[in-house]
Design a protein around this ligand. Sequence first.
Ligand SMILES: CSC[C@H]1O[C@H](OP(=O)(O)O)[C@H](O)[C@@H]1O
Ligand SMILES: Nc1ncnc2[nH]cnc12
Length: 290
Amino acid sequence: MALARIGIIGGSGLYKMADLKDVEELEIKTPFGSPSDAVILGTLGTERVAFLARHGRNHTLMPSELPFRANIYGMKQLGVEYLISASAVGSLKAEAKPLDMVIPDQFIDRTKNRVSTFFGEGIVAHIAFGDPICRNLAGVLASAIASLNLPDVTLHRGGTYVCMEGPAFSTKAESHLYRSWGATVIGMTNLPEAKLAREAEIAYATLALVTDYDCWHPDHDSVTVEMIIANLQRNAVNAQKVIQETVRRLSENPPVSDAHSALKYAILTQLDQAPEATKQKLELLLRKYY
Ligand SMILES: CSC[C@H]1O[C@H](OP(=O)(O)O)[C@H](O)[C@@H]1O
Ligand SMILES: Nc1ncnc2[nH]cnc12
């Protein structure tokens, strides 16, 4: 039996969810190591949800140090089918101002040092990733935001999230380059998660919370952590309202998702010929395909 169907990964500024009831802390082990922190199981409304602080509750892990595979596999072990990521981002477009929310539908990969697959060691799979965000989950997120009428917040539906390696922020030349590509926001974390969630057949959507204008904007200072912190707290309050309303809608009406069958035509290896150790490691992902 699933312990939670809905998972939440909280990014910078969202280290806990104040409204969770009947909280349990789970120290999870996966074949890919331990997640960033204990997973917090708790009830939101009538639904059990699983919450994980992406950088740890005291923000001790850099983007390049995140155990992405353990984080996503851990959610899978709990039975998660829908995963909402709340993330701080810099804006690459004038109209997406600090405190606004963006629900991206595309990514550009500028990471250099991330492991973004569960496969290898004798089992090969190539998931389709043309649409990296679950459209239906994103739709529920968007309708939840629209229903809340949050003051000072404009929702931007769709857009491209550039995922950079970090930890240093971009140079101005890079920031202008990403703008010339038409990208909307920039962050350091969501692309590996989206890939791994798709491999784990979990529907994934990003709630991107704008904290700054990166370093391209002629009328704003270049991004600093000091500048970001001023907006993180207001974003975290808004994000929790959005997540609560999204969870309520998902419980009432869980949407279908292509992600839930993403591996159906993705595995190239004949599983009966594959190494036993790898099959065991990936058992949770593969068992419906034997
Ligand atoms: C707050 S400075 C940069 C840091 O913030 C974002 O984190 P997250 O995606 O976990 O909210 C960004 O990706 C960087 O990791
Ligand atoms: N400007 C920025 N670049 C990368 N990640 C960010 N997270 C928040 N703001 C950011």
